[in-house]
Design a protein around this ligand. Structure first.
Ligand SMILES: [Zn+2]
Length: 137
């Protein structure tokens, strides 16, 4: 459950030491009206961010997902229904990742190969499934 923990496999949890750059990331969208309001704020300040989206919401609002991608932000996979993956079987985890990837593909086409487990919850089987689907690190 610790997002920065590396016990169950290597996961990205930060940048270069001493760097003054930060990465802005937003989870759980797309949501109406919050995501579009956020896009306005980011555009106003000329900032790009990464949006980890829930596939079920992407299916409901593909227009918002497209707006995020068209604004130049990175879009990543945050599962289809946002479950706590430590309690899911390998097959359930695979389904969550594949369905979200498919929803993103349908809505925006090519997108990043980034995956963020809901709540930071993962275990070795979670990462094995992610690796088997092409996610690395
Ligand atoms: Zn989340």
């Amino acid at each position: 459950m610790a997002p920065t923990g590396q016990w169950y496999g290597r996961t990205f949890a930060g940048g270069m030491r001493g760097s003054k750059q930060i990465a802005l990331t937003y989870d759980d969208g797309p949501n109406d009206p919050h995501t579009m309001k956020l896009l306005d704020v980011l555009a106003k300040h000329g900032v790009r961010a990464t949006f980890f989206m829930i596939g079920h919401y992407v299916q409901q609002r593909p227009d918002i997902a497209r707006a995020v991608a068209q604004a130049g932000h990175v879009v990543g996979n945050h599962t289809f229904t946002h479950p706590l993956l430590i309690f899911k079987s390998a097959e359930q985890t695979r389904t969550e990742l594949v369905k979200c990837r498919s929803a993103l593909q349908d809505a925006i086409g090519e997108h990043s190969n980034l995956f963020r487990p809901p709540f930071g919850g993962r275990r070795p089987a979670t990462l094995r499934v992610a690796r088997s689907l092409g996610w690395r690190r």
